[in-house]
Design a protein around this ligand. Sequence first.
Ligand SMILES: Cc1ncc(C[n+]2csc(CCOP(=O)(O)OP(=O)(O)O)c2C)c(N)n1
Ligand SMILES: [Mg+2]
Length: 417
Amino acid sequence: MGVELPTTEFSDIPDELWLELETHAHEGTEGHGEMIQLLDEEGRFRSDSKLAGLIGELGPDALLGMYRDMAMIRRFDAEATALQRQGQLALWVPLRGQEGAQIGSGSATRAQDYIFPSYREHGVALTRGVDLAELLRLFRGLSNGGWDPRATGFHLYTMVLAAQVPHAVGYAMGIQRDAARAAAKGAADGTSRGQAAVDPAAVVAYFGDGASSEGDIHESMVFAASFKAPIVFFCQNNQWAISVPAEVQSRVPLFNRAKGYGFPGVRVDGNDVLAVHAVTQWALARARNGKGPVLIEAFTYRLGAHTTADDPTKYRLSDEEKSWAAKDPVARFEKYLRAEGIADEAFFAQVAADGDALASQARHDILDFASPDMQEAFAHVYAEAHPLVAEELAWHREYQAGFADQPAVQQTTEGGR
Ligand SMILES: Cc1ncc(C[n+]2csc(CCOP(=O)(O)OP(=O)(O)O)c2C)c(N)n1
Ligand SMILES: [Mg+2]
């Protein structure tokens, strides 16, 4: 049975809307492109944008849902940060400021798509239906992941920078090959069953401006371009890689790099949830239709610390933080919804109350989590028994036995990076 695998030709003719955006993207790669924006900093809608039409398809319920998700994850993030300060989490990685980039892109994915996050994508997790308590368990050190990646289409977090991106390309190539096989089978059976039965899917790989300097990203982009893998590279340029500013990572705007690999790159205002949604929707549709990868650079800002183990006042000026606070994605979207009469005071009050309830739930969840048996940590080092692990386990048991005459102390999780 012949299986038709993709070639390296770049000969697709996109329909009118896609063509306009492609042009925009390629202009961008020449360095003349502007940052795609649908809401200006005051929350005014830019109806002159080429992407305005895409957003027109979103009804009020979808818009309100996006705001709600942004506000809820911001509230959850603040609570998790506080819980770390109280010693209940080993570490937290705040997302404050990146809600537009994350909810905008996550809400553009479909159930059949598969997402590879790094470690800050709590907003995307929310859009994929991940139980937020699982994030708390992970950062308390109780689980090695927690949620079911197959059920949610949301892979486990990866702490090693960019390590998830080659996996994402491999996964995308797998999707592509499964579809090609299904089509070949359909052809062999004399039916169009194969092709029609597969709802095209795509992959989104999230990484940061700092991670973009890793060799893994280069290798991933070469493979993705050569095989026209159905993948969207979603780089959240939040301006900092811990204490290293983004301009040190790249001498050209990051989205420009796509040109060197042979696929479109676009820069979108990452604090504009509508623009991010539209651009991601475009890139995903393109990928699902066999047109290959896109690099989206979401231009945004990490308003908080890198992690709860970081103090940003040591390396950046408060003026910079203030200037980005004025571009806040949640406040901007709220202004838009109010000005357009899509949401009223009662809606915002309800969302705030629901956010407080979510935070309260997080506080209760954390106190209910059972502490794992430390011996379990030894069980998963190797697939089979190992004498060194057995020796260390014996030492651990002896050490624990030394506390036998002391009252049980509740385990807390302190420190961590
Ligand atoms: C391979 C690797 N090198 C270094 C680190 C340490 N490290 C953790 S986060 C980070 C900065 C990453 O910045 P960026 O990619 O911009 O993502 P952000 O944290 O800003 O979301 C570094 C250097 C790591 N986790 N993995
Ligand atoms: Mg960064």
